[in-house]
Design a protein around this ligand. Structure first.
Ligand code: ADP
Length: 411
C-alpha cells in the first residue's frame, strides 16, 4: 500500500514514498533549481540493510512537468515505483486552504478552484502547489489524489482567537483573519506527545514550538489548536530566519510615507531581509550561534530576541490553556539547538517550566524529555515528520471515501 507525498514549490519538487502498511519510508528526494541549467535531483532510497543510499543527478529541467517525468524515471529505475498507477494515493501539501477546509480532501474540480481562490493569501505557495496537482493528475489519472492543507489543523481556533480587531467587512468580504500554518507539523508532534504522555490526544494540553526557517507556536487544548502565532500569512508571530514576526502595523505607513519605501519593497524587506538575517546578517541558526560564540554582538542580540519572543508566546499560551501537560520543541532549531531551548525556557519555573541542563545538551536526533525533576510540565523534543503526517491523512481520506476498513493501516 504505497502513498506518495508531493510538496511542489516554485522551483522545486520534494517527494516521499511510504509503504503505509508499516509506515516505512521507501524513498524520498528533492529536485531543485527547476528552470536552471543545473537542476539537481537528490534522491534517497531504502536499501536491503535498512539504511538509505543516496543518488544525485544533475541535468537541465525546464519546468515542473519535465521535473515530474525525471523523478518518475529515477523512482522506476530504482524500483521504488515500477508504475505510477500502483500507488494507493498521492498526497499534496497545499499551504493555504482558507476557511474552506478543516481536514484533508480528495481533489476534484471544486477543490482546485478553491486552492486558486485562496492563492492571493499565499501567492508564493498555492500556485506552485497547484502545478504539482495538475501534473500528477495528468501523469497518474487513475490514482486518488488528496490535498492536505497547512492551515486545516488550525481551523479549530475559536473566533476570539482567529479574528483581527478590524471592521467586519474586512473579514466577510476579504477573508482577512488569522489562519495559522505548519499545521501538519503541530498536528504530528501533538499526536506523538500524547502517545509519549500515555494519554488520549483529546485529553492533552500542549504548547508546540515549530522552530525552523519559518517558526510558529501553537496552543493545543484537548488535542485541538486553540491559537497559533502565525496569522493571515506566515509573517506574523515569532522571529524567523528572514521574516520579522510581530510588528507594529503602523511601521508600514511610517516606512512608506516618511522613508519613501514602496509597498513591494516593504513586503520584501519584512519577508526576506528581516528576522535573524536582518539583525545579524545570517539566517542559518548554526551560523548565528557560531558568530555569537565568537562574541559577535549582533548575533548575540539575534539569539536573545529569538528566544525572548518564544518565551513571550509560552507565557501567553500558558494563560490561554490554563493547564499545560507539555511543551514540545520541533523543527530544525527546536530539535537541534540546546541553547535556544534553554534560553526560551529560562526564568519560567514559576509557570512550572524548567529545563535540565544535562538532558538538554544530551539530545541527539531522537525524541527526548528534557525537563528538570522539579518541573511539573514536561518538556519534549520531538523530531517532526510532516511527510508521514501528510501520507497518513492521504490514506485516511481515501479509505473514508472508499468505505474501506482501517485495520491494515499503520498509525
Ligand atoms: P525549514 O523551515 O526550511 O524546513 P528546518 O526545520 O530544516 O527549516 O530548520 C532549519 C533551521 O534549523 C536553520 O536555521 C538551521 O540552522 C537550524 N539548525 C539545524 N541544525 C542545527 C543545529 N545543530 N543547531 C542549531 N540550529 C540548527
Amino acid at each position: 500500500m504505497k502513498v506518495t507525498v508531493i510538496n511542489t514549490g516554485s522551483s522545486s519538487i520534494k517527494y516521499a514514498v511510504f509503504d503505509m502498511s508499516s509506515c516505512i519510508l521507501l524513498g524520498s528526494g528533492l529536485l531543485e533549481r527547476i528552470g536552471a541549467a543545473d537542476s539537481r535531483l537528490r534522491h534517497r532510497r531504502l536499501n536491503d540493510a535498512g539504511a538509505f543510499d543516496e543518488l544525485v543527478r544533475t541535468r537541465p529541467v525546464a519546468e515542473h512537468r519535465e521535473g515530474f517525468d525525471f523523478i518518475l524515471s529515477v523512482a522506476s529505475e530504482l524500483r521504488i515505483l515500477s508504475n505510477p498507477d500502483e500507488l494507493f494515493g498521492i498526497g499534496h501539501r497545499v499551504v493555504h486552504g482558507g476557511d474552506a477546509y478543516r481536514e484533508a480532501v480528495l481533489i476534484d474540480r471544486e477543490v482546485i478552484a478553491n486552492i486558486k481562490r485562496f492563492a492571493p493569501l499565499a501567492p508564493l505557495h498555492n500556485p506552485a502547489n497547484l502545478k504539482g496537482i495538475e501534473v500528477a493528475l495528468e501523469r497518474s489519472p487513475g490514482v486518488p489524489q488528496v490535498a492536505v492543507f497547512d492551515t486545516a489543523f488550525h481551523q479549530s481556533m475559536p473566533p476570539h482567537s482567529f479574528h483581527y480587531a478590524l471592521p467586519r467587512p474586512m473579514y466577510r468580504e476579504h477573508h482577512v483573519r488569522r489562519y495559522g500554518f505548519h499545521g501538519n507539523s503541530h498536528g504530528y508532534v501533538a499526536k506523538r506527545a500524547a502517545e509519549l504522555l500515555g494519554k488520549p490526544l483529546e485529553a492533552v494540553n500542549l504548547i508546540t514550538l515549530h522552530l525552523g526557517n519559518g517558526a510558529s507556536a501553537a496552543a493545543i487544548g484537548g488535542g485541538k489548536s486553540l491559537d497559533t502565532s502565525m496569522g493571515m500569512t506566515p509573517l506574523e508571530g515569532l522571529m524567523m530566519g528572514t521574516r520579522c514576526g510581530d510588528l507594529d502595523p503602523a511601521l508600514h505607513f511610517y516606512l512608506a510615507k516618511k522613508a519613501g519605501i514602496s509597498l513591494d519593497e516593504i513586503e520584501k524587506l519584512l519577508n526576506t531581509e528581516s528576522g535573524l538575517k536582518g539583525v545579524c546578517g545570517v539566517n542559518d541558526m548554526r551560523e548565528v550561534e557560531r558568530l555569537a560564540a565568537a562574541n559577535d554582538p549582533d548575533a548575540q542580540l539575534a539569539i536573545d530576541m529569538f528566544c525572548y519572543r518564544i518565551k513571550k508566546y509560552i507565557g501567553a499560551y500558558c494563560a490561554v490553556l490554563g493547564r499545560v501537560d507539555a511543551l514540545v520543541f520541533t523543527g530544525g532549531i527546536g530539535e537541534n539547538s540546546p541553547i535556544v531551548r534553554e534560553r526560551a525556557c529560562a526564568g519560567l519555573s514559576a509557570l512550572g517550566i524548567a529545563v535540565d541542563e544535562q538532558k538538554n545538551t544530551a539530545v541527539s536526533k531522537n525524541e527526548a524529555e528534557i525537563q528538570a525533576d522539579r518541573s511539573p510540565i514536561k518538556i519534549l523534543v520531538i523530531p517532526t515528520n510532516e511527510e508521514l503526517e501528510i501520507a497518513r491523512q492521504t490514506l485516511e481520506t481515501i479509505i473514508r471515501a472508499k468505505g474501506m476498513p482501517r485495520e491494515s493501516v499503520c498509525s
